[in-house]
Design a binder for this molecule. Structure first.
Ligand code: ACO
Length: 280
């Protein structure tokens, strides 16, 4: 990794418009400490509007994606500082997950290993998720005596059918990457040895799409789930019109290349963005 955050607990490099960001506390299985939460926000901030970043991938150094919240630094030590300490730590962790949920660029969770508890926050925050078949997912909170907080229960209920969510939260048993894909926690599971290539392949497809349309699309998918059909219909009209204020040429170019130039078919792939960029 080319660069690290202020305290070294997040690593990142940008290669061919993909920002590869890593939880970087392998000796602590990438547990999320307050320091890591602050560093992650710093890195997300630094990368979000860089022109050379088109997609962000979040993975973990070593054997873990993240072993969830740091039980010592995030819970015990902040609690010792009273309500103030607890609330500050919560704001910092929930803060970067929220930033990631509404990130300007498409995001992919690349789950290379352990993913526990609080890890479900960033897992859900990423637009897409790919796991190693060997990875292990668990809501282990119940095993050490708390409920799955920090959004984790909400993530389980959003992504899993009721019975599976209930079992997962109450039993504290782990599932592997393959099962996580079957259950819908992630899009797909592949052997660890192929994980990075598969994610790079997905990222390269996203890089070919109109970036304004991608941001509008990912926000729309999250927003409409809470809306009535009528509200969603209206929201989607407004969202497209708002997107047009950032890019009023993209869709016209997309139609032109198909109808006039006959150089591609939208049913089979994306229009050539470079021709649009050359005109602007
Ligand atoms: N918080 C604090 N420290 C942790 C955490 C954590 N969540 N996870 C691992 N570590 C530390 C260990 O204490 C150990 O530190 P040490 O070397 O100073 O003794 C080091 O990371 C390595 O951990 P091991 O347990 O030795 O690693 P192993 O590979 O044998 O096991 C496993 C990995 C299964 C992930 C285990 O570390 C574990 O169960 N971690 C806790 C998982 C968990 O329940 N997280 C909380 C979820 S709930 C929530 O996030 C709200």
């Amino acid at each position: 990794m080319a660069e690290t955050s202020s305290n070294g607990v997040v690593a990142y490099e940008v290669v061919d418009r993909i920002a590869w960001v890593k939880f970087n506390r392998p000796d602590k299985r990438n547990a999320m400490s307050p320091t890591l939460n602050r560093d992650m926000m710093e890195v997300l901030d630094a990368l979000e509007f860089r022109d050379d970043v088109g997609v962000l991938v979040l993975s973990g150094e070593g054997a873990a994606w993240t072993a969830g919240m740091d039980l010592k630094e995030y819970f015990r030590e902040t609690e010792a500082d009273g309500l103030k300490g607890t609330r500050k730590a919560q704001r910092e962790s929930y803060g970067w997950w929220r930033r990631l949920r509404w990130y300007q660029k498409p995001t992919i969770a690349m789950v290379n290993g352990w993913c526990f508890g609080g890890g479900y926050g960033p897992l859900f925050a990423c637009d897409l998720a790919f796991a190693a078949e060997e990875a292990k997912f668990g809501l282990s909170e119940i095993n050490w005596g708390i409920l799955p907080g920090g959004g984790a229960t909400k993530v389980a209920v959003e992504l899993l059918p009721f019975r599976k969510a209930m079992y997962h939260a109450m039993m504290g048993e782990n599932i592997d990457g393959k099962t996580a894909a079957e259950w819908g926690l992630v899009n797909e599971a592949v052997p660890l040895a192929r994980l990075k290539d598969r994610v790079a392949e997905v990222a390269s497809v996203l890089l070919q799409k109109n970036p304004v349309a991608l941001k509008a699309t990912k926000d729309a998918v999250r927003r409409v789930s809470l809306m009535s059909y009528e509200d969603a219909e209206d929201y989607l009209v407004r969202a497209q019109e708002a997107a047009n204020s950032y890019d009023n040429e993209g869709r016209k170019e997309g139609i032109r290349q198909f109808i006039d130039e006959k150089s591609y078919k939208p049913g089979l792939g994306a229009y050539d963005l470079s021709k649009q960029q050359a005109k602007s």
